[in-house]
Write a protein that binds this ligand. Structure first.
Ligand code: GAL
Length: 714
């Protein structure tokens, strides 16, 4: 049986609190004839699975009409799987309310920005802020929890399914009322709200909370950033509250159950807030072939690593409740097919980057519905082929390392500040065509990934002591207590790199009334921003990435041509390079060194990058955004000074490296993400736990998509 211990506080270094690596697949017994069931369970057992996830879209079966419950189908399915030693993770089915519910209570439907209500026929059509919908969610959760209270085969729960992935916003009457209550609780008086939102700008002030509206985009132009920020805070609040209703019921019913949520698109969820503290651990659904980064940069490995590293930054190790197995499609798109061996490689990459449990999506593909070509472990014709063989092999791999894997954390030398809801949102309230903190950080993440340097994402409130370098990508909203964390980190020998615009807005999303980066960071970095202005992005022909309703035709072109001509350059040592996105002219305090200067146009000779020695460490301020050139110069030099080196020297491009750190040992994962054999030299002395057959002395020859895991003393 799966044993649970108390969950530790949220931290990127936190392992999950189970003693078993959960391994299996999301399973939909309701999609096939019962005659399949025993064969399914027997095959799962043979593959080495220990769990399935079930029920997330089956509300209409659990409750065929209001307050009439029927658990027979799932009871039989759960018992049958249990006979083969396969346990069940149940889901609350609130992503798909049944038709009787939306017919009787149409007020629970989401409403889009144009006033159009969602309709039955797909999913996530109900508004999680609606009090009426919350009551139904509590009812079904209660009924399911009571029913499964003593069922030994039901070991834990997933709340809902990928909350907010299809849509997070709703402009329903219920949402508007709830938003008014939220801001009333937040501000107390309407004057305080008006001050926070800047009511004296464009006469946006209110007389009473009952007048407060939801911020609509382009109706006819832009709402203020304070208003928008609070709307997204509200969405995160109401999403967490919706989940909390369910968690309270489940915990009160059976405290031995573990509870997680499967994160999807990450919109409007504050992962370091109550949403996560309510859970035992995070679940993160990973479809590496689906991401933009993969399409833009051609690296399926890097795209997967990026998403998992971001996820780990919220709350530490996680499980993957849905791991891409075959190709995936919905009506309007399709992905490529993972090639033979690639499904297992992707699963091992998930483990390398912090998965302490994993389910292959899905046991078999559906024959009907909106995802008939989302392939599974078994094919449509009920024949287990290469994906079944790979899943079985993966299960054997995990069995061989499970005891050494659980309890370890992912090593990180380089941390990128992340997982801050307010900062990601503050950017989005007024983006000006600039990359978000998260998007800009992709460059540094890729730089580390390509070199095999251990890197990831971390919140400044977390334990920074295991890092060598922390990069803060222009966090607009800054709290003074974070400065003290950075100072302590630097004093102990760490390197901090702050980039442009950090600390330039307050909690209300107002631009601060002193020079950026604000008094506490200015003191730490020994620098103040005297002037700032936008520049074109590195690959763009000018400013303004937004086309469309932004004024007279041609404006965009004229701005583009001129801003492409006015590229500003900066110099680090002897190296000169074009800057991107933003220039800041820095005034440098005594004791602070100038590490780089502007070298063109009117800015020539003024400080662009500074360095201050703080204790045993270094604090740098970069008055711009990180470009590839800055990574190759400034960051490369800082890595050298900080002693940040690849986990293996001279690794081939297609090889991904990651390290899981245990006490007194490390597991080094060497993963071939490519379709050709790669030779890896200079392996450290150690015990190859997986892939021993590819090791010859201190080198290994890894065929396409093969994996090596070596245990080394450390
Ligand atoms: C996830 C979702 C699943 C399935 C899968 C493939 O986002 O949780 O239910 O839809 O994607 O599209």
């Amino acid at each position: 049986m799966v044993k649970k211990t108390a969950a530790a506080p949220l931290s990127v270094w936190r392992p999950i609190n189970l003693d078993t690596f959960l391994l299996g697949a999301p399973h939909y017994p309701e999609h096939v004839d019962e005659s399949y069931w025993d064969r399914d369970a027997e095959r799962m057992k043979r593959a080495g699975f220990n769990a399935v996830r079930m029920g997330e879209f089956a509300w209409h079966l659990f409750e065929p009409s209001e307050n009439v419950f029927d658990f027979d189908l799932f009871d039989r399915a759960i018992a049958g799987l249990g006979r083969h030693g396969i346990r069940t993770i149940m889901c609350t089915p609130t992503a798909t309310p049944p038709r009787w519910l939306t017919e009787a209570y149409p007020e629970v439907l989401r409403v889009d920005g144009n006033g159009r209500a969602a309709v039955h026929g797909s999913r996530q059509h109900a508004d999680t802020a609606s009090p009426v919908y919350r009551r139904h969610s509590q009812r079904i959760t209660n009924a399911m929890a009571e029913h499964y209270r003593d069922n030994p085969n039901v070991i834990g729960w997933q709340t809902d399914n990928e909350l907010n992935t299809s849509e997070s916003r709703s402009y329903s009457a219920a949402s508007r009322r709830e938003f008014q209550l939220f801001v009333k609780a937040r501000y107390g008086t309407i004057d305080a709200l008006n001050a926070a939102w800047g009511g004296n700008f464009w006469a946006t002030a209110y007389d009473r909370f009952e007048q407060v509206v939801l911020p609509h985009d382009m109706a006819p132009v832009f709402p203020g950033p304070g208003h928008v920020q609070d709307y997204h805070r509200f969405l995160a609040f109401s999403t967490a509250r919706f989940q909390h209703d369910q968690v309270e019921i489940l915990r009160a019913t059976n405290p031995d159950w573990f509870i997680f949520h499967n994160l999807g698109r990450l919109d409007d969820i504050d992962f370091r807030g109550q949403f996560s503290t309510d859970l035992d651990f995070a679940g993160y659904d990973i479809y590496p072939f689906l991401y933009d980064e993969f399409n833009r940069n051609g690296g399926v490995g890097q795209a997967q690593a990026l998403h998992l590293d971001i996820c780990r930054g919220f709350s530490g190790n996680f499980i993957v409740p849905e791991q891409q197995s075959g190709f995936g499609s919905q009506v309007a798109f399709t992905t490529l097919t993972p090639e033979p061996g690639e499904m297992r490689r992707m699963a091992m990459s998930s483990v390398a980057r912090g998965a302490d449990g994993l389910m292959f999506f899905r046991w078999r593909p559906a024959h009907f519905g909106a995802e008939i070509y989302w392939m599974g472990i078994i094919d449509h014709d009920d024949v287990p082929r290469r994906r079944y063989a790979e899943a079985s092999r993966f299960a054997a791999d995990i069995k061989s390392i499970e005891s050494q894997l659980l309890g370890t954390h992912v090593k990180m030398d380089v941390g990128i500040a992340s997982a801050d809801f307010d900062n990601q949102e503050a950017h989005r309230t007024y983006p000006m065509g600039l990359p978000s903190p998260q998007d800009e950080a992709v460059g540094l993440h890729r730089y580390c990934y390509e070199r095999g340097i251990s890197a990831g994402f971390i919140h400044p409130e977390d334990d920074l002591s295991k890092l060598k370098l922390l990069y803060v990508p222009h966090w607009l909203i800054w709290k003074d207590e974070w400065t003290e964390k950075l100072r302590a980190f630097a004093e102990a020998g760490g390197t901090v790199v702050l980039s442009a615009r950090t600390g330039s807005r307050d909690e209300n999303n107002h631009v601060i009334r002193t020079a950026a980066p604000g008094p506490s960071l200015a003191a730490l970095a020994g620098v103040e921003v005297e002037e700032f202005g936008p520049l074109a992005g590195p690959d763009s022909d000018g400013l303004f990435s937004l086309a469309g309703p932004l004024g007279p035709q041609g404006t965009r072109t004229r701005f583009a041509a001129e801003s492409a001509r006015r590229r500003y350059r900066m110099k680090i040592g002897n190296r000169e390079m074009a800057a991107a996105y933003m220039y800041e002219l820095l005034s440098v305090k005594p004791g602070t060194e100038v590490r780089g200067t502007w070298s063109s146009r009117f800015a020539e000779g003024q400080a662009a990058v500074t360095l201050r020695h703080v204790g045993k460490g270094r604090v740098l301020y970069l008055g711009s955004y990180l470009t590839a050139d800055l990574l190759d110069s400034l960051i490369a030099e800082e890595f050298e000074i900080a002693g940040i080196v690849p986990e293996l020297d001279g690794k081939p491009e297609a090889i991904e490296l990651a390290v899981r750190q245990g006490s007194g040992y490390r597991l080094l994962f060497v993963l071939n993400t490519g379709d050709a054999t790669e030779t890896v030299g200079r392996l450290p002395a150690g015990d190859p736990l997986i892939g021993a057959e590819f090791v010859f002395g201190s080198s290994a020859s890894l065929p396409a998509y093969e994996v090596l895991v070596i245990r080394i003393a450390a």
